[in-house]
Design a protein around this ligand. Structure first.
Ligand code: SF4
Ligand code: SF4
Length: 117
């Protein structure tokens, strides 16, 4: 089992998760197939040790334990697994932590994907 970053991270990428990951298993995509891998960070499920640090650290509430990924984001589990086969196109995320969203921004991001917590 591993933690999963969902599409709620798309275009957010503030890297708060990477800042607290003890095993540097959170990656940024450097390839050009953006129809497959969105502009977000990804957890390598083979390297995640389930420490739980990242889930509460995410200001966009984009991270879930695999068994708890909401139905609307279930496809993101497979996309996360797909990075393992293409890991050469990924680099460990560099921590920048450049912004924190307001509660209204987080709610608007949920609504964008039809997610109702
Ligand atoms: S903390 Fe959340 S929104 Fe920020 S990069 Fe990580 S998963 Fe994405
Ligand atoms: S659960 Fe821990 S090891 Fe896994 S991605 Fe999050 S911070 Fe890293």
């Amino acid at each position: 089992m591993a933690y999963v970053i969902t599409r709620l991270c798309t275009d957010c990428k503030d890297t708060a998760c990477a800042d607290v990951c003890p095993v540097e298993c959170i990656y940024d995509y450097k390839g050009d197939n953006h129809s497959k891998f969105a502009n977000q960070l990804f957890i390598n499920p083979d390297e995640c040790i389930d420490c739980t640090n990242c889930e509460p650290a995410c200001p966009w509430k984009a991270i879930f334990e695999e068994d708890e990924v909401p139905a609307v984001f279930k496809d993101d589990i497979e996309i996360g697994r797909a990075i393992v086969d293409e890991i050469g196109d990924f680099e460990v995320a560099t921590v920048v932590k450049d912004h924190s969203p307001t509660a209204e921004q987080v709610a608007a991001n949920f609504a964008k994907y039809g997610y109702k917590p």
